[in-house]
Design a protein around this ligand. Structure first.
Ligand SMILES: Nc1nc2c(ncn2[C@@H]2O[C@H](COP(=O)(O)OP(=O)(O)OP(=O)(O)O)[C@@H](O)[C@H]2O)c(=O)[nH]1
Ligand SMILES: [Mg+2]
Length: 280
């Protein structure tokens, strides 16, 4: 069994660049960008096109959960003509947490070095993706988070009330999980596959939005170096949110459950520490 370690946090200076392509530009070969979609027909084609431009050489995977608005068909059209656009069609809405695990499985199956996840609604700007990927490519970095809550990060288009709610929720989660991450609910993340291979996804209980803080908990449990890269988050302009009040309530309940798990682990560590001292 691996010994739990505490994750470390670093600032995000860009030092390592992706490889140079035969045409002289940077190539993001070895990077998989996973985009979960549910009813994103107004966004999916534009987003995949923008990602292909901003991350040349990267593979894009759309994970569509049987969107009734035909998002899957639009993605299928792109995948037919571009070998770097992949599509996973699932029969029904199965939740964001399971979509992320599908992204990690796909990244492993194509031998990727980095698995990135982001939303389809342009809240995560395609032009910010290179900085997040490059941060994850730095030696020793396990996870780079595109963060709203570090200096330089910003939110555009949210009313003040939503900004305050999100900031409070993130502070609460940060304190409950005893993590050093500031943006615990961000889905804009680039994971090294070395980190993914160390995680035990059978422990992941959340299937929806709360998979994001729960993944952080799993990551903290194995010990990892996390960097937060400031990004500008932009409120969606097209399509509708899938974040329902019910989903929010479920996420809150899940944070309480995670807090209990985190405290139980600390107690177990303390007991193990005391037993170790006694034995010496
Ligand atoms: N495959 C899949 N994608 C989902 C599911 N639920 C949401 N998504 C996608 O996950 C991303 C985030 O969902 P949003 O509705 O934008 O949620 P949000 O960003 O928290 O809320 P807004 O601020 O209103 O945009 C989008 O790309 C959605 O299409 C799901 O069950 N399955
Ligand atoms: Mg959104």
């Amino acid at each position: 069994m691996s010994t739990p370690r505490t994750s470390t946090h670093r600032s995000s200076t860009d030092t390592q660049r992706p490889t140079t392509s035969s045409r002289g530009g940077f190539s993001y070969e070895g990077v998989l960008v996973g985009v979960p979609t549910y009813n994103e027909r107004e966004n999916v084609t534009r987003l995949v096109t923008a990602l292909r431009e901003n991350l040349p050489g990267a593979t894009i995977l759309v994970v569509d959960d049987g969107s009734p608005d035909g998002t899957g068909d639009l993605a299928a059209e792109m995948a037919r003509s571009d070998p770097l656009v992949h599509l996973l069609r699932r029969p029904r809405k199965m939740g964001l947490g399971t979509a992320y695990v599908a992204v990690f499985d796909h990244a492993r199956s194509i031998g990727a070095r980095i698995a990135m996840t982001m939303d389809a609604d342009f809240s995560h700007r395609p032009q910010d993706t290179p900085a997040v990927v490059r941060a994850a490519l730095r030696p020793g970095v396990d996870l780079a988070i595109g963060s709203r809550y570090v200096p330089g990060g910003d939110i555009v288009g949210w009313p003040q009330s939503r900004k305050v709610l999100s900031a409070i929720a993130n502070r609460l989660i940060r304190a409950s999980l005893r993590t050093s991450t500031h943006d615990c609910t961000a889905s804009f993340r680039a994971y090294s596959m070395e980190l993914i291979d160390r995680l035990d996804f059978s422990k992941l209980e959340s299937t929806g939005y709360s998979a994001l803080p729960e993944l952080l908990l799993l990551i903290d449990e194995v010990g990892a170096t996390i960097v937060e890269v400031p990004i500008t988050f932009v409120e969606r302009e097209r399509g509708a949110t899938k974040l329902t009040k019910r989903e929010l309530a479920k996420s809150l309940a899940n944070v309480v459950r995670m807090r209990r798990r985190r405290v139980a682990r600390s107690h177990a560590q303390r007991r193990a520490g005391a037993a170790g001292k006694g034995a010496r």
